[in-house]
Write a protein that binds this ligand. Structure first.
Ligand SMILES: [Zn+2]
Length: 287
């Protein structure tokens, strides 16, 4: 059964580790992530962007697929199904469809509007026992057409949103979606410390987990990050393994063109990436 992300994140915050959010795009992604979480006894958050939801034909399909897998694969570790960077309307749709967690990304609105919309969703999520992630200060890079300038969140604004009663808060600290540029100056730990000081016990979320050096990830966890989003890294691993299979001509040998064979190396590569991240984040054995 899907669970809210609240309990797993509070445990992570208190235990000084982070739970990974791994975005899903299809059956192979979902299966690889769930099997790895179960094998490693790690809690896990499955992230779904609005674009990925649309790609999978709609949120109800996603809920049906994930719930089916939890049962068929006998998954016993805590799993949250979470809308990533949702609009207000998208969040309502996911709640209706049966997601156990949603993110409302109001970071592109003026702060008053972000506060107003987040307040509404806090009420709805509280009634239904769902977890809610809010965002202050946009994350850099491009994700499903949403372009963020990579601003650093204002700690006072973070406090205002945190005090509304959200479960977790994403705050821009110089992190970027996608691949990091060569000249990236690194995470702004001064900003993270200031946000932590203002938001107290709130579990903080680090977006754009792909390509942040390991020592920076560990320091961010020490400073209060309890959830780390990984998306691009699984995509790169899947693509590289699939490329290797095809370039080796394996799709031309025997029944190598069978999609279950063609997609297998990519699915294994996702498992390896998820394992590496769970080990780095410290969530192994915490379920
Ligand atoms: Zn993000």
């Amino acid at each position: 059964m899907l669970v809210s992300a609240k309990e797993m994140l509070e445990k992570a915050r208190d235990g000084h580790y982070a739970v990974g959010q791994f975005n899903i795009n299809n059956l192979e992604w979902t299966k690889s992530i769930l099997l790895t979480a179960e094998e490693l006894r790690s809690p896990v958050i499955l992230g779904v962007s609005e674009g990925a939801g649309k790609y999978m034909t709609g949120y109800r399909t996603v809920v049906g697929m994930v719930n089916g897998m939890l049962e068929e694969l006998k998954i016993t570790v805590p799993v949250a199904l979470h809308l990533d960077h949702g609009s207000y309307e998208g969040a309502l749709k996911c709640i209706e469809a049966g997601f156990s967690s949603v993110m409302f990304d109001g970071s592109h609105y003026p702060i008053e509007e972000n506060v107003a919309k987040t307040t509404e969703l806090v009420k709805i999520c509280a009634q239904k026992g769902l977890s809610l992630e809010a965002e202050v200060g946009s994350i850099g890079g491009e994700e499903d057409g949403v372009i963020g300038g990579g601003e650093v969140a204002d700690p006072e604004e973070c406090k205002r949103i945190a005090d509304l009663g959200v479960t977790m808060l994403a705050a821009g600290i110089g992190n970027i979606h996608g691949k990091y540029p060569e000249n990236w100056p690194g995470l702004r730990f001064d900003a993270l410390e200031a946000i932590k000081a203002k938001t107290g016990n709130m579990p903080l979320v680090l977006h754009g987990g792909t390509g942040i050096p390991e020592d920076m990830i560990k320091k961010a966890i020490d400073l209060g990050v309890a959830k780390i989003n990984v998306n691009t890294e699984c995509q790169l691993a899947f693509a590289a393994a699939t490329r290797e299979y095809i370039e080796a001509g394996k799709d031309l040998q025997g029944k190598g063109f069978d999609p279950r064979k063609l997609l297998a190396p990519g699915a294994e590569a996702i498992k390896a990436t998820v394992k590496e991240k769970m080990e780095l984040f410290g969530s192994v054995g915490k379920a």
